[in-house]
Design a protein around this ligand. Structure first.
Ligand code: HEC
Length: 177
């Protein structure tokens, strides 16, 4: 009986240890959260100066924010099938997942994948919200369109509607188990 209790306690402990370690999707989402927060804050600060100014703010700040959050073996960013900044092209392991989201609009579930060298990858879709239309929508104000054209001559990131797939957030990190 005593052995049985001990065994039960041991199992409970083991279960606790397993639970305490976040699963890979949770870890991915956790790593993306501050990145999203920083981007949102930068956009908000830019928009306080007006939409045209905010375009420049995004150009300057978005890559720096991704860089700053890519530390300790973590690498993260945004990608899209219709890019504004060509430097945001999907990493090799992200591209097929992005393609799958594009091919099947009913599939919007985040993905977790195993990568070489004991690393994990996590990807989640970005859907267009009403607040994004000023810079990614079907009709842009002439001064906004002109500024985008000037800063991003190869821009393909306009013409979206609310709910459309705009792209993905991705993150890769050392696997914990
Ligand atoms: C003030 C204009 C503006 C608004 C509003 C805006 N964006 Fe952007 N967006 C930009 C600019 C400029 C870039 C390019 C940033 C860079 O150079 O990395 C960009 C890049 C992106 C990218 C990276 C992929 C790419 O095409 O380069 C995604 C994804 C994105 N925006 C999604 C959104 C979403 C979702 C919203 C609404 C929540 C939004 N944006 C609102 C201007 C804007």
């Amino acid at each position: 009986m005593r052995r049985c209790l001990l065994l039960a306690a041991g199992l409970a402990l083991a279960a606790g240890v397993v639970r305490a370690q976040p699963s890979e999707p949770t870890r991915g989402a956790e790593l993306l959260a501050p990145f999203k927060r920083d981007l949102q804050a930068a956009l908000g600060q830019g928009l306080a100066q007006g939409t045209v100014e905010a375009i420049r703010t995004c150009q300057l700040r978005a890559p720096a924010i991704a860089q700053a959050r890519s530390v300790d073996g973590v690498r993260l960013g945004r990608a899209s099938h219709r890019l504004r900044n060509p430097a945001n092209a999907a990493p090799e392991w992200v591209a097929p997942i992005l393609d799958a989201y594009v091919a099947d609009p009913s599939d919007r579930a985040p993905r977790t994948v195993s990568l070489p060298e004991r690393r994990s990858g996590y990807v989640e879709p970005i859907l267009l919200q009403p607040a994004c239309l000023t810079c990614h929508g079907e009709t842009l104000a002439p001064d906004v369109a002109a500024r985008i054209e000037q800063l991003y001559p190869e821009d393909r990131a306009v013409g979206f509607r609310v709910g459309d797939l705009r792209g993905v957030f991705w993150v890769e990190f050392p696997t914990e188990r």
